[in-house]
Design a binder for this molecule. Structure first.
Ligand code: ADP
Length: 534
């Protein structure tokens, strides 16, 4: 049958079949909010009625500036299933980037958490397309503000009917959008469709990916403003899993531990920094998180030392690789049956990789001449992808094609792939270190340095060298209370990485800059060390 793959179909299925599954949220105005999918979709219909009164057109962009919680969840469905585009904005970006994004997307209405009101008040005179604001709170917690045409969310939806006749949408209708963090140039808008979202949710839930089911309790720590919380806002309702939303307390080990233990969370998602914060809290407090069995870590390479630290608490870390332009899932790391017989070292060598591509995503690695390289685990080249949830262009940038003439999307990542399809991300192309004409993987050097117990965080950048053009420089934040010796740290890399990859120098810093999506900002580090000379 010609049945359309729409987000509405996920919502209607979850409403009918998984109505009793719970959503628990920590929000700024609710230390513990608890309701069922049934309640969520009833409020979603009230919200859809409220939006209908404002007479938006198909494809109009309605923005959110919000943490992970139940109101944000309602917005995801009400906006997309009404035929508008749910535009999630990352509040951690610089105000100038947020201003650029709102204006570029031509957002009509902004739903915001109360804590971002000062940001919007500062920008309001420069946001010509924005007709109004809705603050995600109740009347008694509504702060004073200077914005015009501002509503309180609970009042905005309260008077409306709980019945709503959802429009029949073509599956290729645009549903949501997210801007890349724009480490080079302005952020670019990636638009997802109902179809791409449904297919991504189906494949993301498979056993060799996130393995989601109605018996799971999932806590997405990755923000809902960052690639749809890696798809869990859709895949959890698809399978009927209980959802636990940590609100603004994303990297707060104590809150996360409390939520995991009280709600019996068994699966969670986040960037390495989040897991580092959790382990540090568990180590310091003596607490444990017994229900949490596995997590996916992505967004940046995960050091093996962190995986081992999480192993001690019974939590297995699976690496996922992807990007905003891929909805985000590209590959996922699950052990294969034959691996049960290999040594622990070999198992470790596999588990830190970016995993194997999931069904739907095609990959190839190419050299400088766009010639495909072999999958031998050695050749490293530019990673190109194709698939039904890979973007084919950026919003309003028709003059900047995202695909090559054969329809491949350039990920900007360097990778090798082995005979079993395991991908190793060696670097971002723009961060690659080329020494004496050969590449050094900064990610592998960083991971090797992170294995030292006096290293809290490590970053490696290329700096100019008179003989080798470029050499790696190791930049380290020492562990709390440690006073490491740089020669000893450099020596500890021997045997872990190729000899000629070992940096000649290591500098200690108090802070390593991160981007708005939690990745080490190599651009800022290169700027900071631009005078450094080998
Ligand atoms: P997200 O962080 O949600 O995956 P972004 O678009 O912000 O999406 O960033 C994508 C980039 O992050 C990738 O191109 C890659 O460089 C890096 N990245 C993502 N996952 C991994 C991983 N598992 N290992 C190494 N780098 C990763």
């Amino acid at each position: 049958m010609d049945s359309q793959l729409t987000i509405t179909s996920i919502m209607e299925h979850a409403d009918k079949i998984h109505g009793a599954s719970e959503i628990v949220s920590f929000t700024a105005d609710n230390p513990e909010h608890r309701y069922s999918y049934k309640d969520a979709f009833q409020r979603t219909r009230q919200l859809a009625n409220a939006l209908k009164d404002l007479q938006f057109k198909r494809g109009d962009r309605i923005a959110t500036l919000a943490w992970n919680d139940y109101r944000h969840f309602e917005l995801y469905y009400a906006i997309s299933c009404s035929g508008q585009i749910c535009h999630t904005i990352n509040p951690r970006l610089f105000p100038e980037q947020i201003e650029f994004i709102i204006n570029h997307a031509e957002d009509k209405l902004i739903f915001t958490d109360p804590m971002f009101l000062p940001l919007l008040e500062a920008l309001k005179s420069r946001l010509p397309t924005v007709e109004g604001y809705v603050v995600l709170t109740s009347e008694q917690n509504m702060p004073d503000c200077t914005l015009e045409n501002v509503h309180c969310y609970e009042t905005f939806i309260s008077e409306h009917s709980e019945e709503f006749d959802w429009p029949s949408l073509d599956e290729n209708t645009a549903s949501s959008m997210c801007y890349t963090s724009g480490t080079t140039g302005n952020p670019k808008g990636v638009v997802y469709s109902h179809r791409s979202t449904v297919l991504h949710s189906l494949v993301g839930s498979l056993p060799d990916a996130m393995n989601l089911s109605g018996s799971d309790v999932i806590m997405p720590i990755v923000p809902m403003f960052h690639v749809n919380a890696w798809g869990t806002s859709y895949s959890a309702p698809l399978v009927g899993a209980k959802l636990v939303f940590p609100g603004p307390k994303m990297a707060d080990g104590e809150t996360l531990t409390k939520l995991i233990n009280t709600e019996k969370v068994n699966y969670s998602l986040g960037v390495p920094t989040v897991w580092l914060a959790l382990v540090e809290y568990l180590n310091a407090s003596g607490n444990s998180v017994d229900s949490l069995k596995s997590v996916v870590v992505g967004g940046a390479a995960c050091p093996l030392s962190l995986m081992h630290a999480m192993d001690k608490y019974g939590i297995y870390m699976h690496v996922g690789w992807g990007m905003t332009e891929m909805s985000p899932l590209g590959s996922y790391n699950k052990p294969m049956e034959w691996m049960k017989d290999v040594s622990e070292e070999e198992k470790d060598a596999y588990r830190v990789r970016a995993g194997r591509m999931v069904y739907g995503v095609e990959m190839k690695i190419v050299d400088d001449n766009n010639k495909a390289l072999p999958w031998d685990g050695i050749a490293s080249g530019l990673l190109m992808v194709k698939g039904p949830w890979v973007c084919n262009g950026y919003f309003k940038l028709e003059d900047q094609p995202a695909l090559d003439k054969d329809g491949w999307f350039d990920t900007g990542d360097m990778a090798s792939i082995d005979e079993y399809g395991y991908v190793v991300i060696t670097d971002r192309v723009k961060d690659v270190i080329k020494s004496g004409g050969e590449w050094i993987s900064s990610i592998e050097v960083e991971n090797a340095a992170m294995a030292h117990d006096q290293v809290q965080e490590a970053a490696v950048i290329g700096v100019p060298h008179p003989k080798w053009t470029e050499r790696p420089l190791l930049i380290v934040i020492p562990s709390e209370g440690a006073d490491p010796d740089k020669h000893e740290i450099i020596k500890s890399l021997e045997g872990k990485i190729a000899k000629w990859w070992i940096p000649e120098d290591c500098v200690f810093v108090e802070e390593i800059p991160h981007t708005a999506t939690g990745k080490i900002s190599k651009k800022d580090l290169r700027e900071r060390f631009k005078e450094y000379a080998y």
